[in-house]
Design a protein around this ligand. Structure first.
Ligand SMILES: C[S@@+](CC[C@H](N)C(=O)[O-])C[C@H]1O[C@@H](n2cnc3c(N)ncnc32)[C@H](O)[C@@H]1O
Length: 233
C-alpha cells in the first residue's frame, strides 16, 4: 500500500485513509488502474522539488480542467466526466476505500477524461500553476462539528488561498453541505480568499448528481444547501 501513500509527511490530515478490508475486485482496480489514472509529479516522493505540473498536460490537450476535492465514492465525479466529455476531471481523495470505489465506477462508466490523485487536495494545489483550474467542487466536506475542530475544515485559509491561486479568474467553485454551521463558515471564509458569492440556494445545480453523503443526510433528515462562488479577477 505504500505506493499509494502520497501524503507528504509534513502535513496534518485528520480524516481516515483506510476503512474496511478491500474486496478482491477493489484491490484489482487499485493495482491495475491507478497506475495509469494517477497524475504524475503530484506527491512529494514523485516530485520532491515541487516543480510545477500544468494540469492540462495530464490530458494531453488544451481542455478545461475541473477539480473535485474529496470525491468519496466517486459518483459525482464520474457523473460529471460522463456528462462533460470535453473536460478533464481531476479528483482527489485520501480514503483508499473511496478511491477503489471510484475506480470501479470509472470502469463501469467507461469514462476516460478522468485523473485520480489518491491523496490530499493540497498536494495538487502545491504544484499546479496559478490560473490553471477551470472549476472546483467541494461536496459534503468533512463537517468537523466541534468548535475546537472548525479550523480543520476545508473552508479555511490554509486550503482556500491555495485553491484561489490555482483557479482561473471567473472560475466557479461549488460547495454542497448539509451542516448549517459549515455553510455559515463557507459564506464567511471563501470570499476573503478571493471569491465572489454568486448563488446560495436550497436547490441543487442543474447538473448535480446526489452523492452518498447527501443520500445519508436526506435519510437522517438534514437539509442540503448549495453555494456557488466565482474566482475574482
Ligand atoms: C464527508 S466525505 C464526502 C464524500 C463525497 N464528496 C460525497 O459527497 O459523498 C468528505 C471526504 O473528503 C475527503 N477529504 C478530507 N480532506 C481532504 C483533503 N484535504 N483533500 C482531499 N480530500 C479530502 C475525506 O477523505 C472524505 O472522503
Amino acid at each position: 500500500m505504500s505506493e499509494f501513500d502520497p501524503n507528504p509527511p509534513r502535513r496534518n490530515f485528520y480524516g481516515r485513509r483506510h476503512g474496511k478490508t478491500l474486496r478482491q475486485s477493489q484491490k484489482g482496480y487499485l493495482s491495475e488502474d491507478l497506475g495509469t489514472l494517477r497524475p504524475r509529479g503530484i506527491t512529494v516522493q514523485d516530485n520532491p522539488e515541487r516543480a510545477p505540473v500544468e494540469p492540462r498536460t495530464i490530458f494531453g490537450d488544451d481542455r478545461p480542467v475541473w477539480l473535485e476535492v474529496g470525491f468519496g465514492g466517486g459518483e459525482h465525479m464520474v457523473h460529471m466526466a460522463a456528462r462533460y466529455p470535453e473536460v478533464g476531471v481531476i479528483g482527489c481523495e485520501p480514503f483508499i476505500n473511496g478511491v477503489a470505489m471510484l475506480l470501479g465506477k470509472i470502469r463501469a462508466a467507461g469514462v476516460e477524461n478522468v485523473s485520480v490523485h489518491p491523496g490530499d487536495a493540497r498536494d495538487l494545489m502545491d504544484v499546479f500553476p496559478e490560473n490553471s483550474v477551470d472549476k472546483a467542487f467541494l461536496n459534503y466536506p468533512d463537517p468537523w462539528p466541534k468548535a475546537r475542530h472548525h479550523r480543520r475544515r476545508f473552508v479555511t485559509p490554509e486550503h482556500l488561498i491555495p485553491l484561489a491561486r490555482v483557479m482561473k479568474p471567473g472560475a466557479e467553485f461549488r460547495v454542497a453541505s448539509d451542516i448549517p454551521d459549515y455553510i455559515r463558515q463557507t459564506r464567511e471564509e471563501v470570499p476573503p480568499a478571493g471569491f465572489d458569492l454568486i448563488h446560495d440556494s436550497a436547490e441543487p445545480w442543474d447538473d448535480w448528481l446526489s452523492t452518498r453523503y447527501e443520500q445519508k443526510a436526506l435519510r437522517e433528515g438534514r437539509v442540503p444547501h448549495y453555494v456557488t462562488f466565482r474566482r475574482k479577477g
